[in-house]
Design a protein around this ligand. Sequence first.
Ligand code: UD1
Length: 430
Amino acid sequence: MDRIRIVGGNQLNGVIPISGAKNAALPLMIASLLTDDTLTLENVPHLADVEQLIRILGNHGVDISVNGRRERQGESYARTIHFTCRNIVDTTAPYELVSKMRASFWVIGPLLAREGKARVSLPGGCAIGTRPVDLFIEGLQALSANIEIDGGYVNATAPEGGLVGARYTFPKVSVGATHVLMMAATLANGTTVLGNAAREPEVVDLANCLNAMGAKITGQGTATITIEGVRSLSGARHRVLPDRIETGTYAMAVAMTGGDVILEDTDMALLDTALEAIRRAGAEITETNSGIRVVRNGAGIKPVDIVTDPFPGFPTDLQAQFMGLMTMAKGTSHITETIFENRFMHVQELARLGAKISLSGQTAKIEGVSRLKGAPVMATDLRASVSLVIAGLAAEGETMVSRVYHLDRGFERLEEKLTRCGAHVERVSD
Ligand code: UD1
């Protein structure tokens, strides 16, 4: 199994190209199930989760062709992928496939909307909390679907004549349930109004793509999304938006090590709250023609308290990385996690590097230390694993991160991007 070896102590200087967003690419790919025409997605990142979803979609009858295209002298692998689902050949998403990645559960929306039935295994994914699917079920029932859970599967059927538009207000903000309800409602009879919907940029990206396919969606990016059902959708060409989590992660890495890096092909507006926290920690962040410049010279890292929240709040997917940054702050900071109840698994691994962190309920107290020391550590989930990389970049000596398949799920060519900026990071295959 691959491991990542980091020798800490180097500043980061140079350019890091930001990939297309994993969390936008996945629902966009799933939207291809809604039409018998071709959906072409540009800027699709090359990640284990994307490859896994390609297998899942293939199982439902999606024909997929990839035009690999090297961009920026091999630094980034933005791919254009064509998805064509002339016929849905199977409305079952089996446990063996769905258990590997939670987002694959989302096929339930398009399958139900287009075929009137779906049998989808209850999901797996990162072990960061219980992550139930009650909101998906309640929402689809509001659109008149009949749902039964049997033997670990969700069996959903639409009434004769298809799903029926309705008003549904989520009791809790859910990105995935918003994606699914929005996709299902595009082909429903009548109008659907989703209240307390997720406002994440990836939801907006999906809505924009669905509209390019002929859907009638308004209000995306606000808490109320209105979807007027249409008879059918057509193909479209759509560019996946930049990965705000990857952007924030590298910005925090620079804040941690010091240095001067341009994050290319990304957009400050996607992560205002996180960038503001990094600024308060002592980095300078400015907009450039091609993206964002992050600089930290001289002065140390200042402690900053954060609380995770749905967009536009501080993203839970950057919480672990920010904790990595705070381990070396000059003072004490507090990080409160409000989205997932078990998202502090990185704490004990950061402690192995010498971090001083104590937990009280959903809040971590981080007492900054003046030095971290490299050690063997274990990646426990996707975002936790990259917080160990950030800490390792600043730690003295060697940090060896095992179970890097977690990293490969969400970070494209991480070691290459960091090495080009002067870090000592290499992949070691056993
Ligand atoms: C998505 C992101 C993930 C991010 C998360 C929150 C993708 C592929 N994944 O995950 O990286 O961390 O948003 O920004 O885009 N919940 C329920 N019942 C449900 C559904 C969700 O209680 O039916 C809860 C979850 O357990 C969690 C909260 O709602 O506590 C938010 O989860 P949700 O927004 O649905 O996360 P995902 O869409 O799975």
